[in-house]
Design a protein around this ligand. Structure first.
Ligand SMILES: Nc1ncnc2c1ncn2[C@@H]1O[C@H](COP(=O)(O)OP(=O)(O)OP(=O)(O)O)[C@@H](O)[C@H]1O
Length: 592
């Protein structure tokens, strides 16, 4: 399966998100509308205040009554604002959590070897900034609805005062919207570049932290800092350009609105002098004018912001795209208020898999070619039988790791089939997991937690399982030498452990999961002879255990029921040790 380009439709995705919590969206929007309409009523009351002062009012309420009305409206406005703010927060955080949940879920669902299609820094930036951008857009939509309704209502009221002056309010709107359209593409392109440059800096910093030791021993500090400086300068240039473009558009809106306002006020001033405007009319006109012009500006900014959000949708969709398609806005339950409500439906599905005990695992015509490369595996055919040890060997780069990653679904194969007891395995990446299969990768992935937590890695802490895992991975004497035994914190990526200890903690994690099929990728490369001997002896003492092992070590190969000899991505030969030694010089050289 090669990566496909992800097509995104920002409007559809936005609508999907609104439909996720339609009740909250509608309530928030209605509250914003009421909150925005109230000042219009206030404007009318203010007009009456001036008319009462001028003596032209037909309203039978005194100044004090009108002032009470103004205060009451302001109070109601404050209360509505408080409620709307809360419902809006619930709406925004529900949708942002859904987006983040779906991105993480899709990443976890993808084959392990292809979970991220970009640098981790890019993914982190996207999950943080792009999700926030979408959240702001959604909040803005419900806010804008109220503003637009208020502006329309204001325009209708203003046009009853003077239609000609009111018409002039629309001119800046049309001009600004047309102008903003022209800038849309440019802003979008630049924002994309700017975000990418920021992500490159984040990734570079991450890599520097991860490789601090290598940088020091290679005395590469200056080079690394120069590279970071270049990336940072690029980021800074693009960010400044992005800010300038956005500010430029903002200031154009503001100035157009101000010029429009000035023109209208000039016209109104002339009308007052003509006597066709009362002071009350003038007051309400000035009072409403800012609502209309604010909305024009807001609408213009919104158009630009919505364009920028398209970029965010695109980047997040690329992360949230898995075999089932773009899952970015897929409606799923999230738990914002409940403690311990974490559920992972997919994991539960896996636990419920009904699979018969292993008798045979057949690998048929398996092929994989890495993207933009001729490397991979070709036409792999062999069978693993229950209780047998299968050892894959071959020179470096022969395709051993690629083969096992394809079998257990960490890398999706281009073609070929796998059969478990004769039944086709449809999704290897979802099938080859504990308790069916457990795996130790060539490079151990450890976390800066305790040894115990690294071994358990989410499974229940059971003394018997832990002791068995420690015994099988020959870790017992290492643990007694650690300051706090199993509860020693091992530092970032296990920095406080030796290479051999790291390999065995990773192996212990695999043993603790008691997979029916154990898959071990060259786990003894950093072990001394005695420890390695013990490790294989203990593993092979369990005659029932089915193992698929990548190793060129003589002691492992000697225990193999079937040896798969790889060369240039293909199986060069396979069979028992004696048969292969009698006919194949390659194997002699590998185990020599
Ligand atoms: N992601 C990748 N993209 C392109 N080529 C790759 C990728 N990963 C591995 N390769 C290439 O595929 C070939 C097989 O790699 P693989 O890791 O399977 O070899 P191996 O037999 O396990 O080697 P070793 O014994 O050194 O671990 C190598 O030539 C390697 O450079």
């Amino acid at each position: 399966m090669k990566d496909k380009k992800v097509e995104t439709n920002g409007r559809k995705l936005t609508l999907d998100l609104i439909k996720y919590k339609p009740g909250l969206f509608i309530i928030t929007t209605i509250l914003w509308i009421i909150k925005d309409i109230l000042p219009l009523v206030n404007g009318m009351v203010i007009k009456e205040v001036f008319d009462v002062i001028e003596g032209t009012s037909s309203f039978n309420v005194g100044i004090s009554g009108l002032l009470m009305m103004i205060a009451t409206i302001a109070l109601i406005e404050i209360i509505i604002f408080q409620v709307a703010f809360r419902t809006n927060i619930s709406f925004e955080y529900s949708t942002i959590s859904l987006i983040r949940r779906n991105i993480f879920n899709s990443i976890l669902k993808k084959p392990g070897g292809k979970a991220l299609n970009c640098l981790s820094g890019h993914a982190i930036n996207s999950i943080r900034d792009d999700a926030n951008q979408v959240k702001s857009l959604l909040g803005w939509i419900s806010w804008l609805v109220g503003q637009i309704i208020r502006a329309i209502a204001a325009i209708i009221i203003l046009s009853t005062i003077d239609i000609k002056v009111t018409f002039l309010v629309f001119l800046p709107l049309v001009a600004i919207v047309l102008f903003a359209q022209k800038f849309e593409k440019k802003v979008e392109k630049n924002r994309e570049k700017s975000r990418e440059a920021s992500a490159n800096v984040t990734s570079a910093i991450g890599e520097i932290f991860e490789s601090a030791l290598s940088i020091k021993v290679s005395a590469a500090e200056d080079d690394v800092i120069n590279r970071l400086e270049k990336l940072n300068n690029k980021r800074s240039r693009l960010s400044v350009k992005d800010s300038i473009l956005t500010t430029l558009i903002d200031s154009i809106y503001n100035n157009a609105v101000t010029i429009g306002t000035g023109l209208i006020l000039l016209l109104v001033g002339r009308l007052i002098m003509n006597g066709s405007f009362s002071i009350g009319d003038f007051a309400i006109f000035v009072y409403y004018l800012s609502y209309v012009t604010d909305t024009i500006e807001s609408l213009g900014n919104f158009i630009v912001f919505a364009r920028q959000t398209e970029v965010s949708f695109k980047r997040m969709s690329e992360l949230a795209c898995c075999q089932e398609g773009n899952e970015l806005t897929k409606h799923k339950e999230i738990y914002l208020n409940e403690k311990n409500a974490y559920k992972h439906e997919e994991v539960n599905d896996r636990e419920n898999l009904k699979v018969s005990d292993l008798r045979t695992l057949e690998i048929k015509r398996l092929n994989h070619c890495y993207e933009n490369s001729s490397n991979g595996i070709k036409d792999i055919d062999f069978t693993i039988k229950k209780g047998e040890v299968t050892v894959i060997c071959g020179r470096t780069g022969a395709g051993k790791s690629t083969l096992i990653k394809n079998i257990i679904g960490l890398i999706p194969s281009d073609s070929g089939e796998l059969y478990w007891n004769g039944e086709k395995i449809e999704k290897p990446s979802e099938f080859f997991i504990p308790p069916i299969c457990s795996y130790t990768p060539q490079i151990p992935n450890l976390f800066s937690e305790t040894v115990r937590e690294n071994i358990l890695f989410g499974i229940e802490d059971n003394e018997e399982t832990m002791n068995q895992a420690i015994y099988s991975s020959v870790l017992e004497s290492d643990i007694t030498k650690l300051d706090e035994g199993l509860d020693t914190v091992i530092g970032s990526k296990g920095v406080k452990l030796s290479g051999g200890q790291k390999q065995r903690v990773a192996a212990a994690r695999m043993f603790a999961r008691r997979g029916e099929l154990l898959v071990l990728d060259d786990i003894s490369s950093a072990l001394d002879v005695n420890t390695e001997k013990l490790l294989w002896e203990r593993l092979f003492a369990e005659k029932k255990q089915t193992c698929l092992i990548v190793s060129n070590k003589k002691i492992a190969i000697e225990h193999a029921d079937n040896i798969i000899l790889m060369k240039d991505g293909a199986i060069e030969d396979q069979g028992k040790l004696e048969e292969l030694l009698s006919r194949n010089k390659e194997l002699w050289q590998i185990i020599a």
